[in-house]
Every structure is written in C-alpha cells, then in structure tokens.
Design a protein around this ligand. Structure first.
Ligand SMILES: Cc1cc2nc3c(=O)[nH]c(=O)nc-3n(C[C@H](O)[C@H](O)[C@H](O)COP(=O)(O)O)c2cc1C
Length: 271
C-alpha cells in the first residue's frame, strides 16, 4: 500500500523546508502533502482544524528552525493544537551551526503530549539567517547535508518503535536557558523599495504593509527577526544591518560557529 507522507514545517528562509523535503524524498515521496505553518493564515487553519489536519497522513515529517536555542513560539503554539493520533513522525530542527539548545527536546516533548508516535529525530544545519552580518554555514544545507537528509528519510521509513524523551539531546547554554529571543529587526530603505508587496506576503507574523513598512509601532515589536522579508526582497530594500558594536558582539558570540563545521545528527529507535 502506498503511504501518504506529509511535511509540516515553519521555514522563513527556506532551509528547514529544503531539509524536510529531502527527508520526504528519501522516503520515496517527491510530492508530499505540504503543511506550511510559516504564514499566519495557515497556522490559524491548523488551529481551527486540530483533529483533521493530519488525517490522511501515514508518516509526518515536522521541521522547525532554531531561534535563540529554542523553537520559535509560533511553532510551539501551533504544535500544541495538532492531535497526533499516534501517527508516525520524524522530528527535525535546523540550526545555523551555533547550537540547537533545547529546541528538538521541546519539539518532541510537545509531540509526545499530543500523542504523536515520534520514531526518528534529527538536527540539521542551514545557512545562518544573518549572512550579511556574520557569514555562517553559507550555502547550507549543501549536497552532503541533502544526501544525509535523504538517507535519514530512507532509515525513518521502516522504523516503528517510538523514541523515548531521554533519547533527545539538549545543549544547555545562555540562549536556551533564557526565555528571551534575541532578535535583529531588518532595516527598511524607502528609496530602494518598489512597493511590490512581496515582503508583506512572506512575513510569518503578518505585520508588514505592502509598502514594506511595519503596520504600526506595535507590529514592529512583534517582529521575530526571521529574515523572511530580507530573503524575498528583490531590491534589498529590507536588509539585516547592525552598527559596528553589535557586529563585533555577534562575531564574538558566533565566533566558534564560524570556525567549525557541524554535521547533521540523527536519532533512530531500534526497529
Ligand atoms: C532570531 C533567530 C535566532 C537564531 N538562533 C539560532 C541559534 O540559537 N543557534 C543557531 O545555530 N542558529 C540560530 N539561528 C539560525 C537559524 O536557526 C538557521 O539559519 C536556520 O537554518 C533558519 O531556518 P529557515 O531557513 O527555515 O528559516 C537563528 C536565526 C534567527 C532568525
């Protein structure tokens, strides 16, 4: 019987999406059922249909980026609602070569609470969201990452035994310990903006006007600094820019991540 593979992801700059799709491809599915929770409309749809959203799926691949050593709150909120009904699940986080903190652990913990049968889990690496400030993991996931993701898909397909929460690694550091999210908000250049509205359409928080500006001051406070708008802007009117002092601090914090290439890590329960 052909299995229905689903992919549920949050991916403002698309690296998480690439990894999840490669895992699904490894499972033999070029066109999985896509549940893209990046945009607010779709997250609202999930929350409104918590029981049916995954109804036809036999194996669900769930992916999220790591923000400040944690899962973005938008992902956690969404996962809290979806009912797992013991569906086979592969849990994935994608991080920018610094560290994944408690993100994978909290994802799997939440999935267990909602009765997902998590059989495999993994951490993968994607280009850091601020390449113009600190160029970390540029071009990742690369060919080698994609190959590993596909192999992980093949391995995940035939596993049936549920993982235990003790199998999931945690990296405790100052970011994952803190409830705070360290955010760099993109700057906006009115002169360069052609008001195409692409940034507003791709904003995971729905807080931009088609003119490229925030809806209002309150909206600006809600910006999660995910860089979705920077990625899609055709004119570089929205860019990640910081002053020299912040740049130096960031280079210090992310210095180690610049030096050593990290590799994907996967956890597979015994068959
Ligand atoms: C606000 C924010 C915080 C981040 N925090 C971390 C972190 O703690 N550790 C890390 O290695 N990468 C961190 N990153 C980098 C992302 O996890 C990485 O670029 C990921 O590939 C982005 O996924 P996406 O392309 O699906 O959006 C952070 C990125 C952003 C925007």
């Amino acid at each position: 019987m052909t299995k229905c593979i689903g992919v549920l992801y949050f991916s403002p700059t698309n690296t998480t999406k690439k990894i999840c799709m490669a895992v699904a491809l490894g499972m033999g599915e070029k066109n999985p059922q896509i549940l893209n929770m990046t945009l607010p409309d779709f997250r609202a749809k999930i929350i409104a249909n918590p029981n049916t959203i995954t109804a036809k799926i036999d194996h669900l691949v769930i992916g999220s980026p790591v923000h400040s050593g944690k899962l973005p709150l938008q992902v956690l909120e969404c996962l809290k609602f979806i009912k797992g009904n013991e569906i086979k699940t592969t849990a994935i986080v994608v991080y920018g070569n610094r560290g994944y903190g408690i993100s994978l652990h909290s994802m799997v913990e939440q999935l267990f609470k909602n009765e997902f049968n998590v059989v495999t889990a993994g951490t993968f690496i994607g280009q850091h969201s601020y390449p113009d400030i600190v160029p970390i993991a540029l071009g990742r996931p690369d060919k080698s990452d994609i190959k590993k993701a596909q192999e992980f898909g093949i391995q995940s397909l035939n596993v049936t035994k549920k993982l235990s929460i003790q199998d999931i690694p945690i990296q405790i550091d100052s970011f994952s310990k803190s409830e705070k999210y360290d955010v760099i908000k993109p700057t906006y250049n009115k002169e360069l903006c052609i008001q195409c509205g692409v940034c507003a359409k791709s904003c995971p928080m729905g807080i931009l006007l088609p003119t490229g500006k925030y809806l209002n001051k309150e909206a600006e406070k809600q910006c999660i600094g995910c860089m979705a708008c920077v990625r899609v802007c055709p004119k570089n009117a929205r860019i990640a820019k910081v002053n020299l002092a912040i740049k130096v601090i960031m280079k210090i914090i992310l210095g180690r991540a610049l030096k050593k290439r990290k590799e994907p890590f996967v956890i597979i329960s015994e068959k």
